[in-house]
Design a protein around this ligand. Structure first.
Ligand SMILES: C[S@@+](CC[C@H](N)C(=O)[O-])C[C@H]1O[C@@H](n2cnc3c(N)ncnc32)[C@H](O)[C@@H]1O
Length: 157
């Protein structure tokens, strides 16, 4: 959505990176495995996954945010996630931190490889019940969950 791109590009002119999400503490280190950071912004979480040994791809709509990611090991893709189809059975880890898109969430179980991890933090203004969420993630072992803030880390069976 072009409005989102303009809004986020404006914000990222002055944003400074924050600490990585605490949810990443629940994701094990691994070599030669693939991680995807959806709506990854300035790449703080992507960098943390890189430090855990993953090959990391970050997607975000903001070219300003992406231009500020200086680590060439992070693969970056600038696109609108509104109509994005995640490749199936492709990733060992997927994270979505502080971004909400129901269609994208529904794709996660098929996008992960068996035994893969998903970390999610929802922005409060978007409504999704715990029941709706766990219906999508019914094939996951819950590793970490809090309702407020809505945070989840799970591992697919
Ligand atoms: C609150 S920030 C979170 C960034 C990062 N995940 C973090 O935790 O630091 C939301 C991010 O979503 C991105 N975004 C918003 N709408 C998007 C869209 N339609 N497609 C891709 N990225 C989008 C923004 O550019 C921004 O980086």
């Amino acid at each position: 959505m072009i409005e989102e791109k303009i809004k986020w590009n404006e914000k990222y002119k002055t944003f400074t990176p924050k600490a990585p999400s605490i949810l990443l503490d629940h994701i094990p280190s691994a070599k030669n495995k693939k991680a995807l950071d959806l709506a990854g912004g300035l790449g703080t979480n992507a960098e943390a996954l890189l430090n855990k040994g993953y090959d990391v791809t970050l997607i975000d709509i903001s070219n300003v945010a992406i231009s500020k990611i200086k680590n060439p090991k992070i693969k970056t893709i600038c696109l609108d996630l509104d109509n994005y189809i995640i490749p199936q059975n492709e990733y060992d880890v997927i994270i979505i931190i502080k971004y909400f898109n129901l269609d994208l969430l529904k794709q996660i179980p098929k996008a992960l490889k068996k035994g893969g991890y998903f970390a999610f933090e929802k922005i409060p203004k978007y409504k999704l019940t715990t029941e709706e969420f766990f219906e999508i993630f019914k094939d996951f072992e819950t590793i970490f969950f809090t309702k407020e803030p809505f945070r989840f880390v799970g591992k697919i069976f």
